[in-house]
Design a protein around this ligand. Structure first.
Ligand code: C2E
Ligand code: MG
Ligand code: MG
Length: 669
């Protein structure tokens, strides 16, 4: 069956994983930044407080120096005094690095001092340009600006202290103050940090970190979960429920991508439609589960035969679509034949046949043409090729050719034009007379359609009836023909002609309508034609559709007074059984009886027996397609009731048939 997929162009948009990754990274950065800021803010606050204490502790030393010009004996540390360029007094070494101003205030004392780092010893944080950074807010700002110019070892201090309260950390600093005479006194001191000072900070930060870790973990689990779920969903969306392999949507999406993006443009491909013939019958005979097992074997065998990158999917009840690469176009048929063998081997002990339609895509270096590749259309071409095998049940391979494109185009044209043609009465009723071979008298006629198209000329039914049967328009045609035949009959009756029954073909698809008998009755009544002048012809294959419905319709038609005939008897199906069940009036022997090699010997035996059988069942017989005198003589001998064939007359326009009727009072010339 041809595909017109709805989901085929649905692009499955994967949830953007990178969004999750970016969110995750963002959260991590925020978390680290927040922790660093919190840590530095707390540390900075503690350092400033400690430093203020240190400064206050040294205020007495500065005041003493102001008064006496020397440091008090209680101050044993290093110091130096600067009078605006020269060191005028000192103890120890000047290891003063860069500094900054600190506003301090505790109780009544407050003021501004300069605080310098000590370049000899470890410091909290040291900038090459700016020296000590005790205010850790500044450290963070400077870090932002200056990258890693800082030795940030000191920043890690709180984390390495642990809870050992004896552990201490001395940060050496120089505190400088200007005396009233303009000199500057620099005193070396240190900020002492005990482990206990930082345990609280440490805990606070630890718990903050735990919260962040939990949040991070939830985010990670969530992200992983949604990725896995998405993968599962996508897999389900692209999986075939019967074979467990990929499905049609996947075939279209990936296959088309592959054809469009193939690197080696010269490489050829084959698109195949593989069908299990009469799969439904197989399931009825052997169960649905056996049928599905068969499909799985077919799928597996194809998959095992084609290349690793080739694709195969089940796309319809028993249809498979295959896209396979063909390295060497000359070997395409060989490769497809071996694939067919693999498919056939899936039947195992059962007698199953397979049809394969193939469409070959020749390699081409024209890159722009590849942009317009439509895999669905290519598959439909393969299906068209496969449909050419519909009239046989034998396994076979059919290759798509341009004639099929022409045929398809014609199907489309007819389908587009059919309604207008009906409205414009372009369909013409031809009549083919039926004669009694024993007396050569006119006994009936068959109404046969012709299309007198202003566009396409004169068309016989073979050019359009199968198309109407496929697209359902045949029911309109049947109505049209019944109405026209009834109208003609009524007119001829009114003209005083001796009318004989005219048979009209009613398509098998029409028999799905439960009120068909009523429709026919009403149409004939509308024209005012006696029912016995209209006969209904059913093709033999129609008897295989819904027997009960068919029997109901045939019975009703007979009740209404219409004769019913079986057309094309023995044209392909054995319908002896239908003869048993259906109360038919006329049996039309198929023209094939009178053609072919054995038409003379064996054919004659069958025809003679068929006529006898019909007679025993109280049915009349009509032999179709009779062209030569010997056949007429033979049929007359066998008591065949009527002959419809070129020997007597070809189908003719209504006016010609009217003339024939006028002459019908005597035997044919
Ligand atoms: P059919 O109903 O079996 O019609 C008999 C066909 O055999 C007619 O072909 C007729 O022209 C042809 N025929 C009759 N005698 C001879 C002969 O001696 N030699 C040869 N070679 N052919 C002969 P036609 O008119 O082309 O119709 C073909 C088929 O189209 C019909 O087969 C019928 O199945 C279908 N058909 C025709 N008209 C209608 C219609 O109005 N409605 C429906 N549903 N089908 C129609
Ligand atoms: Mg017929
Ligand atoms: Mg026929």
């Amino acid at each position: 069956m041809k595909r017109r997929s709805v989901v085929n162009r649905t692009k499955i948009k994967k949830n953007r994983i990178w969004i999750t990754v970016v969110l995750f990274l963002l959260l991590t950065v925020l978390m680290v930044a927040d922790m660093a800021l919190s840590a530095t803010a707390l540390l900075g606050y503690a350092m400033n407080t400690k430093l203020s204490d240190t400064v206050l502790g040294l205020t007495g030393v500065f005041e003493e120096y102001e008064k006496t010009g020397s440091v008090p004996a209680s101050f044993t540390g290093d110091y130096f005094v600067n009078d605006g360029g020269n060191v005028v007094d000192k103890r120890g070494r000047d290891t003063c690095a860069k500094g900054y101003s600190l506003d301090y205030s505790t109780g009544e004392r407050s003021g501004t001092v300069k605080v310098y780092s000590d370049s000899d010893d470890r410091v909290l944080a040291m900038s090459e340009e700016e020296g000590l950074k005790i205010n850790l807010d500044e450290v963070v700002d400077a870090l932002d600006e200056e990258g890693n110019k800082f030795d940030i070892k000191g920043l890690l201090l709180p984390w390495t202290v642990g809870s050992d309260s004896d552990q201490r950390f001395d940060v050496p600093v120089w505190i400088a103050r200007e005396l009233s005479d303009g000199r500057e006194v620099y005193l070396k001191s240190s900020v002492v940090i005990n482990a206990t000072d930082y345990v609280t900070v440490d805990r606070l930060l630890s718990s903050l970190m735990v919260v962040y870790m939990v949040v991070l973990l939830i985010v990670i689990i969530n992200a992983v979960n949604s990725i896995l779920n998405q993968k599962r969903l996508i897999k389900m969306f692209f999986t075939d429920g019967v074979t467990g392999g990929r499905n049609w949507s996947f075939f279209l999406m990936k296959g088309e991508q592959r054809l469009k993006k193939r690197r080696n443009a010269k490489r050829s491909y084959a698109v195949l439609d593989v069908d299990v013939v009469k799969y439904l019958n197989f399931c009825i005979c052997h169960s649905i589960s056996e049928g599905e097992k068969l499909l799985c074997r077919v799928y597996r065998n194809i998959k095992d035969t084609v290349g690793r990158r080739d694709m195969v999917v089940r796309c319809n009840s028993a249809d498979f679509a295959v896209l396979m690469e063909i390295r060497d176009p000359d070997s395409a048929r060989e490769k497809i034949n071996s694939l067919m063998k693999a498919v056939e081997s899936a039947a195992g002990e059962y007698s199953v046949n397979f049809h394969m339609g193939a469409y070959l895509i020749e390699g081409s270096s024209d890159r722009s043409a590849r942009k317009y590749i439509d895999l669905e259309e290519l598959y439909n071409n393969a299906s068209t090729a496969r449909e050419a095998l519909d009239n046989t049940d034998e396994s076979g391979i059919s290759y798509f050719d341009s004639k099929m494109v022409e045929d398809q185009r014609w199907v489309n044209t007819v389908s587009e034009r059919q309604q207008a043609a009906l409205d414009n009465e372009e369909f013409v009723v031809y009549y083919q007379p039926k004669y009694d071979p024993r007396t050569d008298t006119l006994r009936g006629a068959e109404a046969l359609i012709r299309w007198q198209s202003p566009e396409f000329g004169f068309l016989t039914p073979y050019k359009f009836i199968p198309i109407f049967e496929n697209n359902g328009f045949i029911t309109e045609i049947d109505h049209y023909m019944i109405a026209h035949a009834a109208r003609d009959q009524k007119r001829w009756l009114d003209m005083g002609l001796e009318c004989v029954p005219v048979s009209v073909n009613v398509s098998r698809t029409h028999f799905a309508e439960p009120d068909l008998a009523e429709q026919i009755r009403d149409m004939v009544d509308k024209e005012g034609t006696p029912h016995e002048l209209i006969e209904i012809e059913l093709t033999e294959s129609a008897f295989f559709d819904d027997k009960k419905a068919m029997l109901r319709t045939v019975t009703k038609l007979k009740e209404y007074g219409f004769a019913v005939s079986m057309d094309d008897f023995c044209s392909g199906y054995s319908s002896l059984n239908s003869l048993k069940d259906m109360p038919l009036d006329v049996l039309k022997l198929d023209a094939e009886f009178f053609r072919g090699e054995n038409a003379d010997q064996r054919g004659r035996i069958v025809v003679a027996e068929a006529i006898r059988l019909a007679r025993s069942l109280e049915m009349r017989t009509v032999a179709e397609g009779v062209e030569i005198k010997e056949q007429v003589d033979f049929l007359a001998e066998q008591q065949c009731d009527m002959i419809q064939g070129y020997y007597y007359a070809k189908p003719m326009p209504g006016q010609d048939y009217e003339q024939k009727m006028k002459k019908a009072s005597g035997p044919q010339q």
